[in-house]
Design a protein around this ligand. Structure first.
Ligand SMILES: Nc1ncnc2c1ncn2[C@@H]1O[C@H](COP(=O)(O)OP(=O)(O)O)[C@@H](O)[C@H]1O
Ligand SMILES: [Mg+2]
Length: 227
């Protein structure tokens, strides 16, 4: 599903990624942990095609993304990749359901179809009664679930999350984490989650440790045995 080889990336004279090799299977939930500044966000942005590596190979969902031009690349990103950030980044002037519909619109779905799909997702997240509220009328946990619904609206093959529960209290955090596994079980989607949260890292299929621009080790023993 995700195949990267020899990825390097520098900002000026600072080499942030020093040759990353990583293979992630379809339906895997992988966590990436490591100290601040290790290069986790940079790696996730490159996997998500939001940034380009200086060198190395990247195949995402069977597509060699380096070969796509700007237009095809943004189309690919819109349809195949869902992003969840630490801070929800919802558009404040739009309601919850409108925020969720937006990527579907961009992908060319009709308004009625996009709304139906968005409402299904909000319903699945237990948010159908919050659909017409704007972000500032929602709690932190609700906003983050709306952001997850938005990430899912185009049924992406890969969901990339950068410290998605970083701003949530423990109850909302647990619920969000359960949601990821629930989705994986239902849809076979692949999740790559950068996290500082040890309880989350523990329950993922695999934890990858990143340090100083390199992958330290792959803990194959952290296979989820709790279910
Ligand atoms: N756009 C950028 N320009 C310059 N330096 C950057 C940029 N993005 C990240 N960095 C630097 O790259 C290093 C790794 O950053 P990042 O990938 O955000 O690490 P992490 O997410 O693990 O905390 C840090 O030293 C950071 O300051
Ligand atoms: Mg980061």
């Amino acid at each position: 599903m995700i195949d990267i080889k020899g990825i390097t990336k520098s900002f000026g004279s600072l080499q942030v990624l020093k040759g990353i090799d990583l293979h992630i299977d379809k339906g895997e939930v992988v966590s990436i942990v490591g100290p601040s500044g290790a290069g986790k966000t940079t790696l996730l942005q490159i996997i998500g095609t939001l940034d380009k590596p200086d060198s190395g190979d990247i195949i995402i969902d069977g597509t060699d993304v380096r070969k796509l031009g700007a237009k095809k690349l943004s189309e690919f990103r819109n349809r195949r990749i869902g992003f969840v950030f630490q801070f929800h980044q919802l558009l404040p002037e739009f309601t919850a359901v409108e925020n969720v519909m937006l990527p579907a619109f961009i992908a060319g779905m009709s308004k009625s179809e996009a709304k139906k799909r968005a409402m299904e997702l909000l319903d699945f997240m237990g948010l159908s009664d919050r659909a017409d509220h704007k972000p500032n009328e929602l709690s932190g946990g609700e906003k983050q679930r709306v952001a997850v619904a938005r990430a899912l609206v185009n049924r992406p093959a890969v969901i990339l999350a950068d410290e998605p529960s970083g701003s949530l209290d423990s109850k909302n955090k647990d619920e969000l984490h359960r949601l990821f596994f629930d989705l994986r079980d239902r849809t076979g989607q692949t999740f790559v989650i950068v996290t500082h949260d040890e309880s989350l890292a523990k329950i993922t299929d695999r934890t990858i440790e990143m340090k100083d621009g390199m992958l330290e080790m792959e803990d194959e023993l952290s296979l989820n045995t709790s279910s």
